[in-house]
Design a protein around this ligand. Structure first.
Ligand code: ADP
Length: 182
């Protein structure tokens, strides 16, 4: 089984839901930058205070802040044997920083799961989810940021990309993910 994975796909593609299920099966941590930011916001940490304005507007948090947060999370003991990175990298610059972190640790990615889904479906899902940044204008901005900043990662990762059809029921998609990482 592949255990060092990046999850890619548009906002609302269900990466977080699938990562939770997969993390349990593989016994590796689900590392979601969105969740880490939201936890920091909830606790009122300096990092949370800095990130909040960007997140509320649907813009990317500056890369130096984000990468530092990911680096320290990846250095924790539970990530030594594997991890599911959800929401990082989101730009080619972040992908290069991740590569440096992995090189320093002497490990390599096993693959990049790309969640493929129709955009009308993700908008519907996000509106139904109703998180604070799930308002229509913010969603539209997050999708625009995805197109300009994150989608180029599909080409960046090239042969490492494993496409997963992310339309359908949770269990069905979960089975596709498991088949994809065997
Ligand atoms: P979604 O996948 O629905 O967009 P996330 O929880 O992954 O939700 O991210 C929420 C927000 O957190 C993003 O819109 C962005 O502001 C911020 N964020 C998450 N990951 C990153 C990252 N790698 N770089 C910069 N900002 C990030």
């Amino acid at each position: 089984m592949k255990k060092r994975l990046v999850l890619l796909g548009p906002p609302g593609a269900g990466k977080g839901t699938q990562a939770e299920l997969l993390a349990e099966k593989l016994g590796v941590p689900h590392i979601s930058t969105g969740d880490l930011f939201r936890a920091n916001i909830g606790q009122g940490t300096p990092l949370g205070v800095e990130a909040k304005g960007y997140i509320d507007a649907g813009n990317l948090v500056p890369t130096d802040v984000t990468a530092r947060m990911v680096k320290s999370r990846l250095a924790e003991a539970d990530a030594a044997e594997g991890f599911l990175l959800d929401g990082f990298p989101r730009t080619t610059e972040q992908a290069e920083l991740l590569q440096e972190m992995l090189d320093e640790a002497g490990v390599a990615l096993d693959g990049v799961l790309n969640f493929v889904i129709d955009e009308d479906i993700v908008v519907e899902r996000m509106l139904a989810r109703g998180r604070e940044d799930d308002k229509e204008d913010v969603i539209r901005n997050r999708l625009a940021v995805y197109h300009s900043e994150t989608k180029p990662l599909i080409d960046h990762y090239g042969a490492e990309i494993i496409n997963v059809d992310a339309e359908g029921e949770v269990e069905e998609i979960s089975q596709r993910v498991l088949d994809a990482i065997k």
